[in-house]
Write a protein that binds this ligand. Structure first.
Ligand SMILES: [Zn+2]
Ligand SMILES: [Zn+2]
Length: 154
């Protein structure tokens, strides 16, 4: 039932199970991609989201998230906040998740479309090959019949 987020770098798409870098523009990257794409660079250096090019100027615009938080973390992370803020954080977290799942659907649909197109092209090529082969066979058969020596009866 639970959908596992994948690194938003299209060349990577690693399943994210442990730690990941999340951005306020609703993108998520594995630690390795985050390092190589400059998301982990220290404060002061302008960061840009590799997925949507949003400027991530605040320190919390891209942070490491624990995807499997410990019990004590779950207990303490929202403790002390007012119900309004708790609900706001929860709804933003849900929005993030729903954006990620909808993007995954778009990606899968794109993949399916590309595969269908490729299949269509291949199938056309195959039909053409079969047609050519059949006509060649026909030509050869005709030639063969032309050269057929007089039938001898034994
Ligand atoms: Zn990655
Ligand atoms: Zn982004």
């Amino acid at each position: 039932m639970d959908y596992t987020l994948r690194c938003n770098s299209l060349k990577c798409r690693t399943q994210l199970n442990d730690r990941a870098v999340v951005t306020t523009c609703s993108h998520v990257f594995c630690i390795r991609c985050s390092d190589s794409l400059g998301l982990s660079s220290s404060a002061g250096i302008a960061r840009t989201c590799p997925a949507c090019s949003t400027q991530l100027s605040n320190p919390d615009d891209a942070v490491v998230a624990q995807l499997n938080p410990t019990e004590d973390y779950k207990t303490s992370i929202l403790s002390g906040l007012s119900p309004n803020i708790i609900m706001e954080c929860a709804s933003r977290g849900l929005a993030f998740y729903s954006y990620q799942t909808s993007q995954e659907i778009v990606y899968q649909e794109y993949l399916a479309k590309t595969l269908t197109e490729n299949y269509g092209n291949l199938s056309q090529q195959m039909d053409k090959l079969i047609l050519e082969a059949n006509s060649e066979i026909k030509t050869l058969q005709e030639k063969l019949q032309g050269y057929n020596p007089v039938q001898r009866c034994c």
